[in-house]
Ligand binder design. Structure first.
Ligand code: COA
Length: 376
């Protein structure tokens, strides 16, 4: 008889940096920068050669996005109007790098919750929007720090990295190439955010998540069955970051705004909401599930308004916090980690047989869905 392998989610883990920035603190720093900038360029502004920078506002941020605060690895430098970015000291090559450190912390929690020894994991995927360096892979460093004998590699599908990682891990399990795979998403988004850009300075926060995908035969009893996964990408420039190893010497090279996160927020909103809603409904239909019966939606955490619309289209009514939980208010957009934080923090209360969907979306464009059912 041919052995069949059935991938499940055994457990998740979360690492949250202890420091947090409120909208009030962020806006105070941003407006101090605006004041200094406009004073320093007063003559050029008066002569019409340079536009004056406009102030940001707490009310706008909360109303437009639902974000109230964000965790960061380096609060002091992000808030310093002279710096406005994290300054993370370089570490020696024989020390664990900061991104791996966050990933390891999240991974250890997932392993502990599953009752799994790291030695029994077969593979590590580091699935995140930004890698700290080109190579060696962050995933291999995490694998080494955890003492895992197997293989590891990095993958980047921006905000959809974690769901793409879950499908990849599930496929390894299905194919019999691995029985236990860690999908780790350390997101130090404060490094790619342009904290001087009024349109987007409030969007992101730092965090790390981990998802342990395993064969049902070895998983703990309280696992989540993966009923199906679906991935989609459609090229778009509406969310873009041109930073890369080829532009270090160009005159318009590193340090320019286009080498950081740039987006056309309205366009993203309009184009992504229908794409995601349709994909969730189609995927549920493919699996024979009535989308209205989905017990919970763990959606990508980019914008509260987007999630409200998506949830309404999928469920057929305005979703409450229980049906579509938000972590945006305290975490902001944590890129690929957002839907996993929502799942991690808001899944323990569900009953056996409850079915829900983890869904990510973002740059690429990319969309990933993972439909899960709590084991009975
Ligand atoms: N403070 C005060 N006002 C601001 C501001 C700020 N920080 N930033 C922009 N504004 C102003 C604009 O100047 C504009 O003013 P105007 O109407 O007088 O021209 C107004 O607020 C509306 O700006 P707009 O950019 O249209 O806001 P929005 O309602 O679309 O919200 C986003 C902006 C980014 C929060 C929203 O578009 C969004 O979340 N989009 C999806 C983003 C997303 O999912 N990205 C994926 C990332 S991975």
């Amino acid at each position: 008889m041919i052995a069949t392998h059935r991938p499940v989610i055994s457990a998740t883990g979360l690492f949250t940096p202890p420091q947090s920035i409120s909208n009030e603190e962020l806006v105070e720093s941003f407006n101090a920068y605006v004041k200094r900038h406009n004073a320093a360029h007063a003559d050029a502004i008066a002569a019409g050669e340079l536009p004056a920078l406009e102030r940001s506002s707490v009310e706008f941020i909360e109303k437009a996005s639902g974000i109230k605060a964000r965790h960061v690895v380096d609060k002091a430098n992000v808030l310093d109007p002279e710096v406005m970015c994290p300054r993370i000291p370089e570490r020696a090559n024989d020390q664990l790098s900061v991104m791996a450190e966050m990933g390891v912390a999240a991974a250890r929690q997932a392993l502990e919750r599953a009752g799994r020894e790291a030695a029994h994991v077969d593979a590590v995927l580091c699935a995140a929007s930004n890698m700290q360096r080109a190579y060696p892979a962050m995933a291999i460093e995490i694998q080494h720090a955890l003492g895992i004998d197997g293989f590891a590699f990095d993958m980047n599908v921006a905000c959809s990295s974690a769901t793409f990682g879950i499908q990849t891990a599930a496929d390894y399990v299905r194919a019999g190439n691995a029985k236990s795979v860690l999908v780790v998403s350390p997101e130090i988004t404060s490094g790619h955010l342009n904290w001087r850009d009024r349109d987007s300075h409030f969007i992101f926060g730092d965090v790390a998540t981990a998802v342990l995908v395993e064969d049902a035969s070895i998983a703990p009893a309280n696992h989540w069955d993966i009923l199906g996964t679906k991935l989609k990408t459609v090229f778009s420039n509406a969310i873009r970051n041109n930073f890369g190893f080829l532009n270090r010497a160009a005159p318009e090279g590193v340090g320019q705004p286009d080498k950081l996160f740039v987006q056309e927020g309205r366009k993203v909103f309009k184009e992504v909401v229908p794409m995601v809603s349709a994909m969730i409904i189609e995927e549920a239909a493919r699996l024979g599930i009535d989308p209205h019966s989905l017990r919970r939606l763990w959606l990508h955490q980019a914008n509260a308004g987007m999630n409200r619309l998506i949830a309404q289209r999928v469920l057929g009514h305005e979703a409450n916090d229980d049906e579509s939980p938000t972590v945006l208010d305290t975490y902001a957009n944590t890129s690929s980690a957002g839907s996993i934080i929502a799942f991690h923090q808001h899944s323990q209360d569900l009953a056996p047989e409850d079915t829900g969907i983890i869904c990510s979306f973002g740059a690429g464009y990319s969309v990933g869905t993972v439909i899960v059912r709590k084991a009975g």
